[in-house]
Design a protein around this ligand. Structure first.
Ligand SMILES: [Zn+2]
Length: 180
């Protein structure tokens, strides 16, 4: 049994098997808080960032539960600016859900993209904006049948059901964690 670690920052649980991943995610939340006056504090509504120990870029926001599942690669390979903008993007899907926007696809994605872009513009990160614009033009959600964020790999179904199971375990308080 591998150890799961947990850090609770404000009201958000950050759970991973890797402590460095947790530290980096926490830095992103701290960053958002520091820029509070820019109006991105809704990102604190994320109840849990759950790091699924897989090996691709597939991520999923469970908006009604306010749980974002991400894999280590995305956290590791994103700079702090971009990672923070991703949290803002995902948190915006929670805001949308509350407003009754329950469909995924172009409408929801456009709103989340614009929020994410607004953050990157506020911190003057033009290279991240270029990266984001390119991803947006490729319509990352176009094969989505759920809240899929990143184009899933071929073993999508197996990974997805493991992710759903992990979320269920978290909600039931069944992931045993060591506090950081
Ligand atoms: Zn999205």
């Amino acid at each position: 049994m591998e150890t799961w670690y947990k850090k609770t920052y404000r009201a958000t649980d950050i759970i991973s098997r890797n402590q460095n991943i947790i530290t980096k995610l926490q830095r992103a939340f701290v960053y958002i808080e520091r820029l509070n006056e820019l109006g991105f504090d809704f990102a604190q509504d994320i109840r849990c960032v759950l790091v699924y120990p897989g090996n691709d870029y597939y991520t999923e926001m469970f908006a009604p539960d306010r749980i974002w599942v991400v894999q280590p690669k995305t956290v590791r390979e994103s700079g702090l600016n971009y990672l923070t903008s991703l949290l803002i993007h995902e948190a915006w899907h929670i805001v949308q859900w509350r407003k009754g926007v329950h469909n995924v696809g172009s409408r929801a994605e456009r709103g989340a993209y614009l929020k994410q872009r607004k953050f990157l513009a506020a911190i003057h990160d033009s290279s991240s904006i270029r990266w984001l614009d390119k991803a947006y033009k490729e319509k990352w959600w176009k094969d989505a049948d759920g809240d899929h964020e990143t184009r899933p790999s071929s073993n999508q179904d197996a990974v997805r059901s493991e992710i759903v199971r992990l979320v269920r375990r978290y909600k039931a308080g069944k992931i045993k964690t060591v506090r950081m």
